[in-house]
Ligand binder design. Structure first.
Ligand code: PRE
Length: 99
């Protein structure tokens, strides 16, 4: 990295980009949870199990490959996925129990 002329301005520029990325992630996560909420209702309605380990295995393999392509640590991608899916399964279980 070449030395910036104005390090404080460079920090602010980078932070503005980080803030935009964080906002996009929040919106994307909200959309994902909106979709999984519908999956949860469907599963509860038709007595399907909250989790699907086979599907998760496929998702993890796909996300790890995508992470490698994007130069992101695949371990981190898998941890992120497992963290999100644990929350989804908690929601699915609550939806099934409240029926
Ligand atoms: O696809 C499903 O069956 C879901 O319930 C969604 C989802 C996910 O969040 O991607 C969550 C739990 C399952 O174990 C697998 C995938």
């Amino acid at each position: 990295m070449t030395a910036p002329q104005d390090p404080k301005a460079e920090l602010l520029r980078l932070r503005a980009s980080i803030d935009n990325i964080d906002a996009a992630l929040i919106f994307m996560l909200a959309e994902r949870f909106r979709a999984t909420q519908q999956v949860g209702h469907l599963k509860a309605e038709y007595d399907m199990p909250a989790s699907d380990p086979g599907r998760e295995e496929q998702q993890v393999a796909r996300l790890r490959a995508l992470a490698e392509e994007a130069h992101l640590d695949p371990e981190f991608a898998e941890k992120w996925f497992n963290f999100v899916v644990a929350e989804v399964i908690r929601h699915h279980t609550a939806a099934a129990e409240s029926r």
